[in-house]
Design a protein around this ligand. Structure first.
Ligand code: SF4
Ligand code: SF4
Length: 493
């Protein structure tokens, strides 16, 4: 009965460790270094194309200019942390509009769910930064140290001048790429030409050098050293992406029903009683995570499809039909294994419909909100102490701090008014004249203007200790009006 593992045991790390210790096994397996072999083919070409496009976007975008007027930054995509602005071409997001970022994150997450439920781990296999930079680092490694066998030989060889030279050159190139990666990241938070000039002339801030160093180190370590271990041990996504899979999700699959029993046979001669898999292990040799797809779906499989390219090259050589390893759905594979007709692919399934609807709703809401976004806003803060003052003539006065958010790229003069109070009298601290029921307040382009305001009511108009009313702020140029409901405090009746 000792061999029986309960669910509690299976879920308990402690129980697993105790069992491993009792069995005399080490608690943690050491890393088996993966030396992926180079392979050509359709998916490899696709991966190169995606890599080039993504790297080009990453490095080129900060250099795109966008004219926003004389006093605004002219970088198309910029996160201006110091001034609290996020610029994306014609869109400018203020800190108060952080919900747009939330919307973008929701769009990204739901988009990822949809893509995963349709085509498995294509994000991991093609577009994840870890995959892209690891691919680039492996390409450099292959260029300097040679393909799989040469690298294994070099690893096992004692240190020599040649080995030291190759290793030094590889790490130097990796560091240059890592520094370029960290440097490019900084350009998204500063004016690109300025910050690059400052970095090279030693005039950049300590913060800039710190973040360039941080991103250089993380890129170098994650893409050069950790590689597949990031996907296998550090990334949470593989742990729950399986929840988005169903029997109609396209995944990289080994056609066991035609590959097994595996065994070596000659070109054009399918050995009696053998399947199509010639057991050449090329699919394992090219795998960047070092797994054998013939063992079935595994957490380590990032869906890069390089094993499809590898196996197709073998199938072509031995004269067998291609796609022994293929992108296919579980439903199709079950039908093929049973010799039944292949069912029709179902694009519209409950989960894909749900994700698509969510995407449309969130994207629609964001577009609507952007299209009708006010270029003006008002925040009002009532004085906390004192809540009100009784003046010598018996009238009651309240104090407020008013902030005007002018989101346009030109200075504006706005009309402040009051609705819901009888006989109000306004005084703007620092402005001449008092006692009018409205006031002109100016705000510079793309900025927040702050004013202290006193509002006075005759004693007889203060009919309660808290009167609700509304400040109105009108832009005479555009006709836009914004409102802020607040209270006027007075003595208890
Ligand atoms: S098993 Fe195939 S698809 Fe999965 S990671 Fe390895 S090579 Fe890529
Ligand atoms: S590459 Fe194809 S034939 Fe070779 S071991 Fe893998 S599945 Fe079998």
């Amino acid at each position: 009965m000792d061999d029986v593992v309960t669910i509690e045991d299976a879920l308990s790390t402690r129980a697993q460790k105790e069992r491993a210790a009792q069995a005399g096994q080490p608690m943690y397996a050491s890393r088996v270094k993966v030396h992926p072999k180079e392979i050509g083919g359709t998916y490899r070409r696709l991966k190169w194309a995606v890599l080039i496009v993504l790297l080009a976007i990453y490095y080129v975008v900060p250099w795109i200019r966008w004219d926003r007027g004389p006093d605004a930054p002219d970088q198309a995509v910029l996160a201006d942390i110091v001034n609290g602005r996020l610029y994306f071409f014609f869109i400018e997001i203020w800190p108060q509009e952080v919900y747009y970022l939330t919307g973008l994150l929701i769009l990204g997450a739901v988009g990822l769910f949809l893509v995963t439920s349709l085509a498995g781990r294509v994000w991991c296999g093609y577009t994840c930064p870890q995959t892209v930079w690891t691919d680039l680092f492996m390409w450099v490694e292959r260029l300097i140290e040679g393909d799989r066998n040469a690298r294994v030989r070099l690893d096992n060889a004692p240190m020599s001048a040649a080995k030291l030279g190759k290793r030094s050159l590889k790490h130097a190139v990796w560091l240059v790429i890592a520094a370029a990666t960290g440097g490019a990241w900084i350009m998204y938070f500063n004016d690109a030409p300025t910050v690059v000039g400052n970095v090279f002339t030693g005039q950049a801030s300590t913060g800039v050098y710190f973040f360039v160093g941080l991103f250089t180190a993380t890129t170098y370590l994650l893409a050069g050293w950790a590689r597949e271990q990031v996907c296998t041990y550090m990334c949470p996504w593989p742990r729950f992406q399986a929840a988005m899979f169903d029997e109609d999700t396209l995944i990289v699959t080994y056609e066991k029903w035609r590959g097994e029993p595996r065994g070596r046979h000659q070109k054009g001669q399918a050995a009696e009683a053998l399947g199509d898999c010639v057991d050449c292990n090329l699919c394992v040799a090219v795998c960047p995570t070092g797994i054998d797809i013939r063992d079935g779906q595994q957490l380590e499989c990032i869906g890069c499809a390089l094993c499809i390219d590898a196996c197709n090259s073998v199938m072509a050589k031995v004269g067998r039909p291609l796609n022994l390893i293929t992108y296919d759905t579980t439903r199709n594979q079950e039908a093929l294994a049973a010799g039944a007709p292949v069912p029709k692919y179902r694009l519209a399934r409950p989960r894909t419909v749900l994700y698509s609807l969510l995407l449309l709703i969130v994207a629609g809401l964001m577009l609507w909100s952007l299209a009708f976004r006010a270029s003006l806003d008002i925040n009002v803060l009532h004085d906390r102490n004192p809540l009100f003052v009784t003046l010598s003539d018996g009238s009651i006065r309240n104090g407020y701090t008013i902030k005007i958010l002018n989101k346009t790229l030109e200075g504006r003069a706005y009309l402040l008014g009051i609705e819901g109070l009888s006989a109000p009298r306004l005084t703007v601290v620092g402005q001449e004249g008092e006692g009018a029921d409205n006031a002109i307040l100016e705000a510079e382009a793309d900025s927040v203007a702050s004013y202290r305001i006193y509002l006075r009511l005759p004693r007889e108009a203060v009919t309660g200790d808290s009167l609700t009313f509304t400040f109105t702020l009108t832009d005479p140029d555009s006709g836009d009006v914004v409102y802020n409901e607040t209270v006027f405090r007075g003595p208890k009746p």
